[in-house]
Design a protein around this ligand. Structure first.
Ligand SMILES: *[C@@H]1O[C@H](CO)[C@@H](O)[C@H](O)[C@H]1NC(C)=O
Ligand SMILES: *[C@@H]1O[C@H](CO)[C@@H](O)[C@H](O)[C@H]1NC(C)=O
Length: 212
């Protein structure tokens, strides 16, 4: 009897080992399959980063009322090129695209002008779209120090600003939409000549694009 009992116990142990082995093998197989699926997806889709570029920047009606109670008037005309270089990914800009003109040092920048609303749109694969944007500051109050810097720029004939782009997108592959991502573009510095002929010599400014 004792011998038989031991035999049963050993048999149970062997079964447990076999079950554990089977589970481990299944997990490894699942990891390999998931890796292959990811690799094939990557090879087929070949995701490339989207690119934003400010290709035109002009300012009109730029003037500053000096301190105290300094205010600024300015109308910015910007072209923002939005490039989707992907052959298999199209993009849906879900919310309106917000474009703002910032002025000042990093960290203490203020919004000088906010662009007109650009409504959401669908961007096909392998496509570049240029958004013309007008951003207006009308009697916008600014701190005295900023007004003095703006007057300095006005006298120097060049205004240096940053352009900020905020959008919400979904990536679409084969009709399936990804989760919602926030896109944050910063184009800096955008140097805008104030002379009437400056627009022709404007150098395009590429933007840093972060997706989160
Ligand atoms: C800015 O524009 C407003 C409205 O058009 C005008 O009343 C104001 O005088 C302008 N300010 C400057 C500094 O030109
Ligand atoms: C990009 O897509 C827009 C909107 O669908 C279209 O109007 C435009 O012609 C496309 N541009 C190119 C270069 O394919």
């Amino acid at each position: 009897m004792p011998t038989r009992r031991r035999g049963i116990a050993e048999g149970g142990h062997a079964t447990r080992v076999a079950v554990v082995r089977c589970i481990v093998a299944a997990i490894l197989a699942a990891i390999v399959v998931a890796g292959l699926v990811a690799l094939v997806f990557w090879l087929v889709v070949r995701p490339k980063p989207i690119e934003y570029t400010v290709t035109r920047a002009v300012v009109r009606h730029f003037n500053v009322t000096p301190p105290p109670a300094a205010t600024v008037n300015a109308t910015f005309y910007l072209n923002l090129a939005i490039d989707n270089p992907n052959r298999r990914i199209s993009m849906r800009y879900e919310d309106s695209v917000a474009i703002r003109v910032l002025y000042g040092e990093d960290g203490t920048e203020l919004v000088l002008a906010a662009g007109d609303d650009v409504p959401g749109f669908h961007q096909p694969h392998h496509n570049e779209t240029t958004l013309p944007v007008r951003a207006v500051a009308r009697s916008a109050p600014v701190p005295d120090q900023v007004a003095r810097e703006l007057e300095h720029d006005l006298a120097a004939g060049e205004l240096s600003v940053d352009v900020q782009v905020i959008a919400g997108v979904r990536f679409i592959v084969g009709g399936v939409a990804s989760r919602y991502y926030r896109v944050h573009g910063t184009c800096s510095p955008v140097n805008i000549g104030l002379s009437p002929s400056a627009a022709r010599s404007f150098n395009s400014v590429p933007c840093d694009v972060e997706i989160s």
